[in-house]
Structures are given as structure tokens and as C-alpha cells.
Design a protein around this ligand. Sequence first.
Ligand code: GAR
Length: 199
Amino acid sequence: MNFGTVTRMCKLAVFASGNGSNFQSIVDAIAHGQLMATCEVLICDQPDAKVIERAKKANIPAFVFDMKQFANKTEFERAILKKLREYDVTFIALAGYMRLIGSTLLEAYAQKIVNIHPSLLPAFPGLDAIGQAFQAGVKVTGVTIHYVDSGMDTGPIIAQKAIDLTEDETEESLREKIHAIEHVLYPQTLGKVMGGLNE
Ligand code: GAR
């Protein structure tokens, strides 16, 4: 019998809809030993999303669930849930997944789903939060990581990081700054909530 230290690694599923730079930062943090977890699967709802290529390159199984192929949201989420169970997934990170999570997944993964959003919530929820903040002329915006509930970018906040806008800030420069922060803050925060960060 082995009485040595037992490390229970979180088995993560990342959900994404688009480019997948946050998916990449999570995969890279795991590869560099900065995040003690395994990324078991990518779940994607957009057949042509760039994130699928990223998963293939990283040898992570990628599954596309196209809402159009399902009768309703419950059926859609039941199919996803079946896949998550096949891979024994214990935690879900939404990384640019542009769809509300429904009751099927919320009940199966209560307190085990987190999301990243590119604003200081509760300001600027929803689509294009960076553009919304820039157009509003705010002097400070940032990034939020929160537990997911049934609302749009709502749920208990876990971590936030603020950014000051400079006098000559453009929407593009702000976008770059936000993404750079996301790529550090998300793996770090996941490590903390999943209980195993290597620093
Ligand atoms: C990220 O900025 C993420 O915070 C945002 O989508 C982007 C995805 O980028 N999420 C939301 O707006 C959620 N409401 P990525 O595909 O390069 O990771």
C-alpha cells in the first residue's frame, strides 16, 4: 500500500466558441507545470472556430456540439454532459463560450463552472465588453473571473484585475492589454479554485 502524498488532479473541460487564446493559455500553463490539472476535452459550439485547431495541435480531444442539430437546449446539454462523463470531467472553464449555461449542466456541475469576462463585472456584461467599455469612455476597466449561474456574466466573483486606460488608448490597444491579463489571471485563478497551483 502506498501512503505517499496523493495529488488529485482536476480533470478540466474547456468550453469555447472562437479564437481560443484563453484555452491556449490554460493548455500552456498545464504544459509548463504552472497549473496542476489535466485538460481532458475541448467543447465547442461553433464548427469553424479556430480553437478547434488549437486543440488538435495540443492533442486534446475536441467535440463540436452544434445547437442547430438538437431539438432544444436540454437535449443539447444532455449530449455535452454525456461527453463530459465519458471523460470523467470534474471542472469546467468557460473561455469565450458565447452561450448561456442551462440547468442540465448547472445542476450536474454545481459550483464547478467558472467563466472569464473582459470587464469589471457587473459593468458591461454580454457581448463585446471591451468595445462597450471603450465606447463608454471609462478610465478603468479590467477582467473578471466568476462562478457561473443561469444569468449572463453573473454569479459570485472570484477574481478581478483592473486596468487604467491611458490618454492615447485605442480600442485595439485596450483589447491587447485585456487579453494579456486574461492569459495570466485565468490559469492562476483556476489553480486556486481547483486547489493545486504550482508557482
Ligand atoms: C475573452 O476576452 C473572454 O473574456 C470573452 O471572450 C474572449 C474570448 O477570447 N468572454 C466573454 O465575453 C464572455 N461573456 P479567446 O477566444 O481568444 O479566448
